[in-house]
Design a protein around this ligand. Structure first.
Ligand code: HEM
Length: 444
């Protein structure tokens, strides 16, 4: 790798203490080594970018490729870079692993199906799912908000949106549980869960393609004045009123469609990218509120008075303050790049530390303070540039509904454990609580 003097006072990264509170280490890096070479727990060397201005630049720099084949070392061949281990082969063609022009084509196609309008139309369903989950523990006066609420909500929501039949959704819950429990580690259970999800999605996509073709044929017959069959469900335009997988199959751009394989990979990445992130946004967000009683009281009042504006702004601040995505996904220099005076050689991996950038005092006033009324809050929690989170409207909808409904229905919510006893799940990319015990005064 390019030379950078090792600083013996550099804080230890990726330890247990770091997973619990990485922010002091990030403050040190921003000040002393804003583009810092480190050895990751996997043994791979990479550059960490921690200042806001540099992070934004790096995220939008076309010289930093998303394609793991660009890595100079042979590490990617051993499954150490990019999507971990055995998940990699399954997911090679997804949006987060490719560059233009392939990325442009796939993103344009999926954007035609996964529109903000479709997400907005989904709001009543997210409310129903949220209420049903709270119904299951409301009377009890205590719950683990990760396992009983933050974890199942995004899984049921994305399954519904994709069009996975309700009777199959508990299987998804089990598979997703396996993935989140074992993280990206090379464990048999994860490989099996990935395989099952992929096989299930491939079969579902195939079935839906046949159904769509049948409906089309039915309509054609009807057009000839022979058919009695109503042209149910399918509409023109972006296809709202049908599920997202059917939308993905039908989406076309200049006559081009997604292949069944591409649609399966796309459905998988929507599940994969939209699941643990949302679990942790709800979990980290509720935890931050419970640790800041004044801010929580402010939001509680707003929610009770129906002030949606503060709820929306508040969720953005929770994302800036302690968001789920610690580090953006891998990037690799396709030519020598100089960032903050540091030369990065061709083929070297660059990791943009979103959580550090979002606490940069050069960009945010009092960055370590949680301020739900903060203005000018252009955080990097959803990334920046062409890979900006495609699911941001859905994530916002889920987090606002989840947090708003919890505060409204359980106004006496409080932490049910000493913060010292809580354990954090710190992978390289994601950070969130393993459990979040809470209590409240139940009516029962
Ligand atoms: C990309 C964050 C939820 C789908 C990203 C990126 C970030 C991010 C930081 C960019 C990564 C990079 O540039 O390396 C989040 C957060 C979420 C969330 C914080 C929740 C709180 C979702 C949901 C979905 C989703 C719910 C879909 C259902 C995607 C996809 C990409 C992406 C498909 C890749 C886009 C591309 O490469 O063009 N997300 N995400 N995300 N996200 Fe999200």
């Amino acid at each position: 790798m390019s030379e950078q003097p090792r600083d013996s006072s550099a804080p230890a990264l990726f330890t247990w203490e770091f997973a619990t509170d990485p922010y002091p280490a990030y403050a040190w890096l921003r000040e002393h080594a804003p583009v810092h070479r480190t050895t990751l727990p996997s043994g791979v060397d990479a550059w960490l970018v921690t200042r806001y201005a540099d992070a934004r630049k790096a995220l939008a720099d076309p010289r930093l490729s998303k394609n793991p084949q660009r890595h100079s070392a042979a590490a990617h061949a051993k499954g150490k870079v990019g999507i971990p281990g055995e998940r990699r082969a399954e997911l090679m063609t997804h949006l987060l692993n490719i560059d233009p022009p392939d990325h442009t084509r796939l993103r344009r196609l999926v954007s035609k199906a996964f529109t903000p309008r479709r997400v907005a139309a989904f709001a009543p369903r997210v409310q129903v799912l949220t209420d049903r989950l709270i119904d299951t523990f409301e009377e009890r006066g205590e719950a683990d908000l990760i396992h009983e609420f933050a974890f199942p909500l995004p899984i049921y929501a994305i399954c519904d949106l994709l069009g996975v039949p309700r009777e199959d959704q508990d299987d998804f819950r089990d598979w997703a549980g396996t993935m989140i429990r074992h993280g990206g580690g090379p464990r048999g259970g994860v490989a099996r869960a990935v395989k099952r999800i992929r096989a299930y999605l491939a079969e579902l996509i195939h079935r839906k393609r046949l159904e769509l073709a049948e409906r089309r044929d039915g309509r054609a017959e009807e057009g000839e004045g022979q058919g009695e069959r109503p042209a149910a469900g399918e509409r023109s335009g972006e296809g709202d009123g049908e599920d997202l997988i059917s939308g993905l199959i039908r989406a076309s751009d200049h006559g081009e469609h997604l292949t069944e394989n591409e649609a399966a990979a796309m459905a998988f990445i929507l599940l994969f990218a939209g699941f643990e992130t949302t679990v942790n946004l709800i979990g980290n967000g509720v935890y931050a509120l419970l640790r800041h009683p004044e801010q929580r009281a402010l939001l509680q009042r707003a929610v009770e008075e129906g002030d949606e504006g503060l709820l929306a702004a508040g969720v953005e601040e929770l994302l800036r303050y302690d968001g789920p995505v610690e580090i953006a996904t891998w990037r690799f220099a396709t030519e020598p790049v100089t960032l903050a005076g540091q030369r990065i050689a061709e083929g070297e991996p660059v990791l943009v530390v979103l959580a550090a950038a979002d606490r940069d005092p050069e960009r945010f006033g009092a960055p370590d303070v949680l301020d739900l009324t903060r203005r000018d809050n252009q955080h990097l929690g959803y990334g920046h540039g062409i890979h900006y989170c495609l699911g941001a409207p859905l994530a916002r909808l889920e987090a606002q509904t989840a947090i708003g409904t919890l505060l409204r229905r359980l106004p006496g919510l409080r932490l049910g454990a000493d913060p010292e006893d809580l354990r954090w799940r710190g992978g390289l990319i994601m950070r969130g609580l393993r459990t979040l015990p809470v209590t409240w005064n139940s009516a029962a």
